[in-house]
Design a protein around this ligand. Structure first.
Ligand code: NAD
Ligand code: UDP
Length: 329
């Protein structure tokens, strides 16, 4: 039986494709390549170029293949853009989820592992954040992820579908051999932006505010290594295969790193000075976001292996150095 990876040509999806293949799973990918890259996929993977909002192509995939479970990464995920164009986000993210669940129902597919986000929590009331803490998203992106979780919840109660929703904190790094990595045309994430300085693509990194209530005044986030994150998806699928009930899990390392600490780790990892300037706060950035992932550790037996920031950033540096233009030649 096969696993359908929706959005498998994206940053996180492509690393999951590798992890699933290495684990001996039979993988099929659907991606509309809006932000993904076909080159990130091994030639051997069966690939459908299409949009998951198109129920016809999904039905075709489910009919042509013997699919046991879906791993769902498709989404638009730029917070700022979601504020400016909320309907674009609800249409793709929520619309995609509805279309996918409808087709899964029509085709009798019963298991789904879903990419949720720390953005569902909004401004946290306490740190570290637990899955049971209030969810008050502060932007349409986070709201769309929370709605998608709620849709899965109600569908699972009525139909025989079980889900695992994984609320990722900040995902970072690249495949250990540097052959695939993060390649977004419109990059907003801290690690690739910092590394654009030693790559000669930007003169300096702008730190978004140094007047937060944190030890060095810069925002603190919980960074998870991409291969550890991918491993959690394998464990989540195993959990569903073993009959586990629908669940939501935080995925974070449990350690917080400030923007300044990240820049210092990147200096060590790259061996470059990396200039910075202090800029204004970015609207909607909470001072601290750190996960309590004990539920994933206890129930899924998930244990992140690479937790040193220097090591995580070294993998990203290996990828960016060898692919300065991402997947473009
Ligand atoms: P990405 O943009 O690299 O990957 C998304 C993939 O889905 C792309 O390949 C894109 O082409 C595809 N896609 C989007 N809409 C589609 C549609 N309607 N039909 C078919 N394909 C579609 O993003 P990513 O960073 O790899 O994130 C993957 C998932 O993880 C997203 O759902 C995102 O919200 C979530 N997430 C990411 C982070 C992070 O730190 N990167 C943190 C929390 C949650
Ligand atoms: N950040 C920054 N400069 C940048 C990009 C990001 O100071 O050019 C900060 C941002 O304010 C946040 C942290 O780095 O505190 C991580 O941001 P990212 O966009 O990578 O992830 P987010 O936490 O928003 O999901």
């Amino acid at each position: 039986m096969s696993v359908l990876i929706c959005g498998g040509a994206g940053y996180i999806g492509s690393h999951n494709v590798r992890a699933f293949l290495n684990h001996g799973e039979d993988v099929i990918v659907i991606d509309n390549l809006v932000t993904g890259h076909k080159q990130s996929l091994p030639e051997s993977v069966k690939f459908y170029e299409g949009d998951i909002r198109d129920g016809k192509i999904l039905d075709e995939i489910f009919t042509q293949n013997n699919i046991e479970a879906v791993i769902h990464f498709c989404a638009f995920s730029l917070v700022g853009e979601s504020v400016e164009q909320p309907l674009k986000y609800f249409d793709n993210n929520v619309g995609g989820m509805i279309s996918l669940l409808e087709s899964m129902q029509r085709n009798n597919v019963k298991k789904i592992v879903f990419s949720s986000s720390a953005a569902v929590y909004g401004e946290p009331e306490r740190i570290p954040i637990l899955e049971t803490d209030p969810t008050n998203p502060t932007n349409p992106y986070g709201e769309s992820k929370r709605i998608m979780e709620k849709i899965m919840h109600w569908v699972s109660l009525q139909h025989d579908i079980r889900y695992v929703s994984l609320r990722y904190f900040n995902v970072a790094g690249a495949w250990h051999d540097g052959t695939i990595g993060e390649a977004h045309n419109h990059e907003t994430h801290l690690v690739p932006i910092i590394l654009q300085v030693p790559l000669g693509k930007r003169e300096k990194v702008t730190v978004y505010g140094d007047d937060y209530n944190t030890p060095d005044g810069t925002c603190i986030r919980d960074y998870v290594y991409i291969e550890d994150l991918a491993h959690a998806h394998l464990l989540a699928l195993e959990y569903l295969r073993n009959g586990g009930e629908s669940q939501i899990f935080n995925l974070g390392s449990g350690d917080g790193y400030s923007v300044m600490e990240m820049i210092n780790a990147a200096r060590k990892a790259s061996g470059h000075e990396i200039k910075l300037e202090i800029g204004k706060r970015r609207a909607g950035d909470p001072a601290r976001l750190v996960a309590d992932s004990s539920k994933a550790r206890e129930i899924l037996k998930w244990q992140p292996k690479v937790t040193s920031m220097e090591e995580i950033i070294s993998t990203a540096w290996r990828w960016h150095k060898s692919h300065p233009n991402g997947y473009d030649a």
